[in-house]
Design a protein around this ligand. Structure first.
Ligand SMILES: *Cc1c(COP(=O)(O)O)cnc(C)c1O
Length: 377
């Protein structure tokens, strides 16, 4: 009997869980039995595991990736009106925290091949008020960090990496490889379930090699406190739950295998679409590994939305990351940008589509997906 193909999902967290169920269940039960729900021992253990994995001096876990970005910016001690440069083609969180803190977001266009922030664009955007750059390692590969770090050093700017989509990616920096999130002053990541290293709820972390920043970040995430009930800074409450730390402690051991599975699926897609001039497959930055948080195509000369609908009718989910540039969002009209200011981002918003990408895709599913895409094209 021919078994029906497994249902295709954009992300398949359930199948992934079933393969490691015994270990996960045990780790969660252990937390519940000890009832150390906040700052339990597993949080500290996971923090150490991450420091080793990333080869970074300090990991500070927190509540989610957005908090990580916010706390990182707070730790820089910027003043209202200071300018922070970031990409116009990213998830809203990157921009949101800059705005929330009363800083001035300066949006920059991206490179059309890698979707990452344009180095030339950064150079043009720097003013005497610029204090920081937040490069986003979009879809799983690093932005041009060597050039960005050089620009930042020359202009005395802080660099906060948004590594939420690239946890586990590596970048070639000065003859060695550094993990995404460990190259700038502070790196931020998210453990949202669908991220490459995801927990079973919300979670996030910050990374730094700078002792002073680490201390500030720890204090800010804990109500601005160093000594209990003495509040030196205005802080927030942002912690990684013990249960989430326990889940992450198990899953971290599988992360490199998970990323490998994503790379294999990406390779399958690449091969299937090579030679089709209406589909542009994702370009690789030669200095970065790509761990395919998303596998994102540019569709040329065909309607991207029609493709999405067509796939849907065949039981294939596909998503558009991102359909609207940040400068065009209603909440950010006050920044005063206009359509036409970001030609690359604006074109990408009309033409990109992300195909199912996760650790559990099998050849049968990949065949079915690629055939359906090519049929439409
Ligand atoms: C997911 C994500 C975030 C935010 O992470 P949360 O944990 O959902 O708050 C920030 N930046 C980027 C680029 C992301 O993809």
């Amino acid at each position: 009997m021919h078994l029906p193909m497994n249902e295709i999902r954009m992300v398949d967290l359930n199948s992934q869980y079933l393969k490691i169920k015994t270990k996960i269940d045990l780790a969660i039960t252990d937390v519940i039995e000890k009832s150390e729900f906040i700052n339990g021992s597993q949080v500290k253990v996971f923090q150490k595991q991450l420091e080793d994995y990333l080869n970074v001096k300090h990991v500070i876990p927190c509540g989610n990736g957005t908090d990580a970005l916010q706390i990182a910016l707070m730790a820089l001690g910027l003043k209202a009106g200071d300018e922070v440069i970031t990409s116009n083609f990213t998830f809203i969180a990157t921009l949101e925290v800059i705005a929330l803190l009363g800083l001035k977001p300066i949006l920059v266009d991206v490179d059309s091949d890698t979707f990452n922030i344009s180095v030339e664009g950064i150079k043009k955007a720097i003013t005497p008020k610029t204090k920081a750059i937040i490069p986003v390692h979009l879809f799983g590969q690093c932005a041009n960090m060597d050039e960005i770090l050089t620009i930042a050093a020359d202009a005395n700017l802080a660099v906060i990496e948004d590594a939420a989509q690239a946890f586990g990616a590596k970048y070639q920096l000065n003859n060695s490889f550094a993990h995404a999130g460990t190259m700038g002053d502070i790196g931020c990541t998210s453990f949202f379930p669908s991220k490459n290293l995801g927990c079973y709820g919300d979670g996030g972390a910050m990374f730094t090699n700078n002792d002073e920043l680490a201390q500030k970040i720890r204090s800010i995430s804990n109500h601005g406190m160093k000594v209990r009930y003495c509040h030196d800074n205005v802080g927030v409450n942002s912690r990684l739950d013990t249960i989430q730390a326990a889940v992450l402690g198990v899953k971290l051991k599988y992360l490199d295998d998970y990323n490998l599975a994503r790379q294999k699926a990406a390779e399958f897609y690449d091969n299937a679409f090579s030679g089709c001039h209406k589909i542009i497959t994702p370009a690789r930055n030669p200095k970065s590994t790509h761990i395919f948080h998303q596998y994102t195509l540019i569709i040329n000369g065909k309607d991207r939305d029609e493709l999405k609908n067509q796939l849907q009718t065949k039981g294939i989910p596909a998503m558009v990351y991102y359909p609207v540039a940040l400068h065009a969002q209603k909440a950010y009209q006050y920044l005063g940008y206009r359509d036409g200011n970001f030609p690359v981002t604006e074109q990408l918003c009309k033409s990109v589509i992300s195909l199912p990408m996760h650790t559990e895709l099998d050849v049968e599913q990949l065949n079915y997906i690629t055939k359906a895409v090519l049929e439409f094209i």
